[in-house]
Design a binder for this molecule. Structure first.
Ligand code: GDP
Ligand code: MN
Length: 386
């Protein structure tokens, strides 16, 4: 689960990770109030969306007077901000962060993430912070320092110094930097984060270090341990179909192809997406209804995929194990009755009660094409869209 920069910075404050003074604002009036509370200029007006690259997209602006705060807040609130992370459709800005402007001496990059390959937490840092870190990673990867933390040992003093020296933190700021990094690590562990990224972490002309930006992603599977964090979820920032699917505990991810698919089991879903791709078509989604889906879940899975305008054909691939084929077939029939199916549907079904399931589908008189195995299913679905 991602959160906004302003929320991440409020959490950073609790963990003594220094950030500029500032407040969220949801209207131009509130933006002016927040600016007045900061007691000086320049003030930074920052769009709050769950995507990076806001600076380049025109969502981060400096204001040197109250009039400018008013103009900029008016411009940014309600704008559709397009960045390399939002996709071409962009994201509607509904919230701002109003912050005290900082005198930047140097922009650095600092992040923590879970590294699956080494089963540890990796700190990544670079002297080349700022807006083009993706290019640094692509062209000069040697300029990114990586330090691996054993989660059982925790972060060690020498590792804090390793990162600090690597970033060429001036001696006067080294102690403050070490505290910042050690507190950030505590924050990461205590909240089951999967990623924390500060870009830029700045050095000011008076040798202070501050997090000027804050991106935080929590491990959603651990959220049940953090009831306090759940309130930070912003459904406006999430895909509406994914939000709808999560209400029924469906594992659904919206993708950009045109072949919808409904599968039971995550591994089978991955394999099904692969065979769709292999057959020359592109999956429109990942949808795992789960091993023990109810017919209500199946019905909702159908409805969600059929609600998606880009879906031109639907492949259903069910292995009846815990989810019996007859239960599945009933869900399909109910969904078809309620929503109507107006695109080609190919069904490949095997396993427990398969004959009963097939009979239910046949008797319902729906316009479905059966496939006898996975490659036959892939061939038929590709033919339907191509
Ligand atoms: P992002 O583009 O979405 O990553 O947004 P950031 O929060 O990183 O802001 C983008 C850029 O705006 C930063 O890299 C800074 O160069 C600039 N910026 C943000 N806050 C300030 C500030 O207080 N003073 C100055 N001079 N520049 C700032
Ligand atoms: Mn940034």
């Amino acid at each position: 689960m991602k959160i906004h920069e302003y929320q991440a910075k409020e959490l950073f404050r609790k963990y003594n990770v220094p950030v500029p003074d500032g407040n969220a604002a949801f209207s131009v009036e509130e933006a002016k109030e927040s600016a007045a509370n900061l007691g000086g200029f320049p003030v930074v007006v920052k769009a709050q969306i769950h995507a990076g690259g806001r600076g380049k997209g025109g969502g981060v602006k400096l204001a040197s007077s109250m009039e400018e705060v008013e103009t900029l807040a008016g411009q940014i609130l309600g704008m559709t901000l397009v960045t390399h992370q939002t996709g071409p459709e962009g994201k509607l800005v509904k919230k701002l962060l109003i912050e005290a402007g900082q005198k930047i001496e140097k922009e650095l990059y600092l992040s923590l993430l879970v590294d699956r390959a080494t089963a540890s937490i990796v700190i990544m840092a670079s002297r080349d912070g700022g807006m083009d870190i993706e290019e640094v990673a692509a062209n000069t990867p040697e300029r990114i320092i990586k330090v691996y933390i054993d989660p059982l040992m925790g972060i060690q003093g020498y590792q804090l110094r390793q990162v600090g020296f690597g970033l060429e933190i001036p001696p006067a700021a080294m102690k403050q930097f070490s505290q910042l990094l050690s507190n950030l690590y505590k924050f990461f562990i205590a909240n089951d984060c999967s990623m924390v990224e500060i870009n830029p972490l700045i050095l000011t002309s008076d040798d202070k270090v501050l997090a000027l930006d804050a991106k935080v992603d929590f491990d959603s599977n651990a959220l049940y341990r953090h009831k306090d964090l759940m309130g930070l979820r912003d459904l406006d920032e999430e895909d509406p179909l994914e939000v709808e699917a999560s209400k029924f505990n469906l594992n659904y991810i919206n993708l950009d192809g045109n072949v919808g698919n409904i599968v039971n089991g995550a591994g089978l879903a991955m394999a099904t997406m692969d065979i769709i791709k292999n057959a020359g078509a592109t999956p429109a989604n990942f949808m795992d209804v789960g091993g023990g889906a109810t017919s209500e879940q199946v019905e909702n899975a159908f409805r969600i995929i059929l609600d998606d305008d880009k879906v031109k054909a639907l492949l259903v691939n069910i292995f009846g194990g815990i989810l019996r084929c007859d239960i599945f077939a009933r869900g399909v029939v109910d969904a078809a009755r309620k929503t109507g199916i107006d695109i080609p549907v190919v069904v490949r079904m095997e396993g427990t009660n398969v004959d009963e399931g097939k009979k239910i589908l046949d008797d319902a008189g729906l316009n479905l094409t059966s496939a006898f195995d996975l490659s036959d299913a892939a061939r038929k679905i590709a033919a339907a869209v191509n």
